[in-house]
Design a protein around this ligand. Structure first.
Ligand code: EPU
Length: 421
């Protein structure tokens, strides 16, 4: 038996949806808390399964975690133990690798299983490890674990061959206690990096330049506690704006930082979607008029996010003519296309791009969420489709979308979970 998501498509949506705290910030902020010597309180924690996996890992490390209300976590690492991280929870998500930087920074030693997460093609972590080595750590492997060891970490200049989000954050965390100055060149500029650096600075770290491609970290001796409010999830926000573009008469997406959505909102306007942007909201006026095709190129921030191309591709099936999506981050990230084709889409994948011929009318089908954002694409498609869509492996979606069912139902969608053979 499996619990699937079922969507009866074709219902128009209306109303307001509130965006939760950023998943990709939260999954780094939680491990970052172990760098403190005092309690940290975080507001805006999304209710997603990746967070639950991280709480299990914190508990295993002897960190006290108290869930205060729906969205608040109190994390007290003052009595934690640096034990090997070998439990199953490590391989449930990609972001468990943030414990590498955090524990190496705090204790000079980490033993951890390799991370899991969505399969998007090869996802090496060589840049993280090269960064740790440059700071003075040794890297070895034993019984499926990666072991990082350093007598002391010493600040240095690290040039990232690729501006990797994960490597930038991991190196930043390892460097907060390093002696002297660390400079990360070609650093990633994603808003989540600013959020992690802000948390660390509020604990007492000295990080400058986050949000630019040069980040400087002056090592400190001790980090205290703090209170932190997580930024809104720009990928969840983009997904709901796309859902609104596809199916809403009028919809407001609130608790967003519109600047984080510039590339996506600009593409939506290009295809003919009527949008109004306020300081923390986006209003979408839906219409059934023909949409124009477009070409998308995924890029690091502030470019078009790779995590949004899948829901956007579902919407592009409604455009009259041929659209394309070219991936420059994960060149094989097109598993959603075969699933969308089962629903009547006409998408031709020629890695690293896919070509969407439209307009096609989608119909309900039995499909599989091969990864988190593929799942988001299938939800958008299911809402648009005629008939009932059955999404298998829905657990991928629950890794990253807080209260998806409740939020969509409140907007008027017909969506439910069902046990099927
Ligand atoms: N890369 C390397 N070596 C490394 C690290 C990265 O070659 O050591 C390559 C990757 O293979 C990829 C590119 O560099 O081609 C960029 O990867 P990056 O490290 O920036 O990605 P990440 O940190 O593993 C985060 C998000 C992803 C998001 C990417 C790109 C988290 C937990 N994950 O991954 O989010 O797609 O940045 O923006 O923050 C998602 O939310 O669905 C998701 C997959």
């Amino acid at each position: 038996m499996e619990r699937v998501i079922k969507i009866e498509g074709g219902h128009r949506l209306n109303g307001t949806v509130r965006i939760s705290g950023s998943k990709n910030a939260t999954v780094a902020l939680i491990p970052a808390c172990v760098l403190a010597n005092k309690p940290v309180t975080m507001y805006g924690i999304p209710n997603i399964s990746d967070v639950r996996s991280l709480i299990i890992l914190l508990n295993e490390l002897g960190v006290e975690v108290i869930e205060k209300g729906d969205e608040t976590l109190y994390i007290d690492p003052s009595h934690m133990k640096n034990i090997p991280m070998t439990s199953n929870a490590v391989s449930k998500l990609r972001a468990s690798y943030y414990f590498m930087g955090a524990l190496l920074g705090k204790f000079g030693h980490v033993e951890i299983k390799m991370p899991g997460g969505c399969y998007l093609g090869p996802r090496p972590i060589d840049l993280h490890l090269k960064g740790f080595e440059a700071l003075g750590a040794t890297v070895s492997y034993e019984n499926g674990c990666c072991i990082l060891d350093a007598k002391e970490l010493i600040g240095t200049k690290i040039f990232l061959d690729i501006s990797s989000v994960g490597a930038t954050i991991n190196i930043m965390m390892a460097a907060v206690y390093a002696k002297g100055k660390t400079v990360i060149e070609n650093a990633a500029r994603e808003p989540e990096i600013i959020d992690i650096a802000t948390l660390l600075n509020n604990m007492g770290a000295k990080i400058h330049g986050m949000g630019t491609s040069t980040i400087t970290i002056h090592g400190v001796d001790s980090l205290g506690g703090c209170i932190h409010e997580i930024i809104p999830d720009r990928i969840e926000a983009a997904t709901y704006v796309i859902i609104a573009a596809a199916m809403a008469d009028e919809m407001t997406i609130e608790n967003v930082i519109p600047q984080h959505l510039d590339a996506i909102l600009s593409k939506l306007k290009q295809i003919g979607i009527d949008l109004e942007v306020e300081s923390d909201k986006v209003h979408v006026k839906g219409s059934t008029k023909p949409l124009k095709p477009t070409d998308i190129l995924t890029k690091p921030y502030p470019g078009f996010a790779t995590d949004v191309q899948q829901p956007f591709t579902a919407l592009l099936t409604r455009c009259e003519g041929q659209s394309s999506v070219k991936e420059t981050i994960y060149t094989e990230r097109f598993k959603h296309c075969a699933e969308l084709n089962k629903m009547g889409a006409d998408i031709n994948v020629r890695v690293p791009a896919c070509f969407i011929s439209g307009k096609t009318d989608l119909h309900g089908a039995r499909v599989k969420a091969t990864d988190l954002r593929c799942g988001a694409g299938l939800v958008v498609a299911g809402l648009m489709a005629d008939g009932i869509t059955e999404i298998h492996d829905a657990y991928h979606i629950d890794r990253g979308y807080d209260n998806l069912d409740g939020k969509l139902q409140q907007l008027g969608a017909k969506l439910w979970r069902e046990e099927v053979e």
